[in-house]
Design a protein around this ligand. Sequence first.
Ligand code: F0G
Length: 353
Amino acid sequence: VHQWRGVIEEYRELLEIPAGVEAVTLREGGTPLVASEWLSGVTGAEVWLKVEGNNPTASFKDRGMTTAISVAKHDGAQAVVCASTGNTSASMAAYAAKAGLKPLVLVPEGKIAAGKMAQAILHGAQVIMVRGNFDACLALARQLAWDYPVELVNSVNPVRLQGQKTAAFEVVDFLGDAPDHHLLPVGNAGNIAAYWLGYTEYQRLGRSTRLPQMRGFQAEGASPLVTGEPFPDPETKATAIRVGNPASWKLAEAAVHESEGRFAAVTDERILAAQRELASRDGVFVEPASAAGVAGVLQDVAAGVSYAGTRMVVTVTGHGLKDTVTALEGMGPVVDTVVDADVRAAAAAAGLA
Ligand code: F0G
């Protein structure tokens, strides 16, 4: 029986990492492309969801963390640091634990979903809360790595993108070619840059005949790539993409420009509505930020954009269980029904009788 080996062993010859690096892996990647009958119906397109919540720590970050931690260990690092809105820190902590490195994470105080915090702590990270937003945390992480013996594993470390580009490889390997459109949420902008790297490399190798248009969606309150200006005080309920000054700004702009795609902003209301519809219609539970691409599809269709007849991939970046508090906000009556352990009471409450 063949077990998926993780993205380094599955794609080693295509990754720019030092020869002979031993893989620190939790068998990340190999995530499913799930057909969305719902979105296919809405758009008239063939819509596939790339479900990245199926990774070991439940977000796409694991793809880049296997490469970053493997290389850091290979280079003799003892400690690793990252700034994070939560998922990067959860992933880094898990891979550092596996590698025997000391994980240090910097997170914006009070703006991290509880599930992600639990992951970082249980995997043994030292978690430092910073009075400031993600952008301030990243500046601090860079400075720490510069001044002290600790390796930076944010996506400004190019080895991260090497791992993350494998998601594009998987899409092409599964579909047999690149899709017409690829939509995804954008925060610090590493992921959209990594997908574009993957798609362009595969095309150059002759493994695909075309390139997708890259469409990146940001939360309206944190949409610097849409407005063209950094947001000093980014704000959104989609805390994972609460980023005001993306580190991979230039790379992301190049991806969108070269692919003839675009950036757009979606409101928190649309993001949360998309999260709920995706869960209730397609059975796919994602965290709020992860629904930004789906919110983007719905917004585009409402605005008259036609996707009819095309093939689309929408990346849903992380699992819904990471942030159940936001998911249940405003759902009061749905979760408040309590009855005695009595069949007639249950049937009445359920509207069966
Ligand atoms: N979706 C989720 C669930 C994320 O956690 C992130 C980024 C993104 C989308 C955006 O990806 O930054 O490559 O554009 N989370 C980072 C973190 C910032 O610290 O976990 P991006």
